[in-house]
Ligand binder design. Structure first.
Ligand SMILES: Nc1ncnc2c1ncn2[C@@H]1O[C@H](COP(=O)(O)OP(=O)(O)OP(=O)(O)O)[C@@H](O)[C@H]1O
Ligand SMILES: [Mg+2]
Length: 159
């Protein structure tokens, strides 16, 4: 099942992240794909806000895993610097993903072999029309059918 829309600004992407974050629960794993500067971290900041996390999400250069405490904790993971899933595995990646928080993973395909089955996949692609336009596609399994319906019901950005 998929939903896609065109984000026309960082604010659109943030707003989508907030909507998504409000609908995520313990154990959900959000896998983000998209080139450098696509907007993966912007989306993650929105998800954190939707989860009600107060600490500001940043993207420090040398950190692979950032934990943000909250009612549902957020694990913000950036696998850009990893070759494959092994290193993430040895860092305890599986324990995080199968734990009680929400995991959001940038460059998730680097860990393809160890990702859970019911990940939510989000791809962000630049569009030619404008510097700020992004095609955002969310793909989910049956488990997240209701979430997809709720997230896709938006008056402004969805089409
Ligand atoms: N529609 C949009 N959605 C998200 N970000 C946008 C959009 N238009 C412009 N931007 C800008 O693009 C940049 C996205 O940066 P961000 O750090 O989120 O990218 P990233 O995908 O996390 O990159 P990296 O792979 O380096 O971590 C920001 O400077 C943001 O302001
Ligand atoms: Mg990033």
């Amino acid at each position: 099942m998929r939903y896609s829309f065109v984000s026309k600004s960082p604010e659109d992407t943030l707003e989508f992240g907030i909507r998504l974050g409000k609908n995520l629960g313990p154990g959900d794993v959000v896998c983000l794909e998209g080139e450098l500067g696509a907007g993966k971290t912007v989306l993650t900041i929105g998800i954190a806000e939707g989860l009600g996390i107060k600490t500001g999400v940043t993207s420090p250069t040398f950190t692979i895993i950032n934990e943000y405490p909250g009612e549902i904790p957020l694990y913000h993971i950036d696998l850009y610097r990893l070759e494959d899933g092994d290193e993430f595995y040895y860092m305890g990646g599986e324990d995080l993903m199968y734990g009680q928080g929400v995991s959001v993973i940038e460059w998730a395909s680097r860990a393809e072999g160890i990702l859970p089955e019911d990940c939510l996949w989000i791809s962000i692609k630049r569009l030619d029309e404008s510097e700020d336009f992004r095609l955002i596609e969310l793909q989910v399994t049956e488990k997240h059918r209701d979430l997809l319906e709720r997230v896709s019901k938006s008056e402004n950005t969805g089409y």
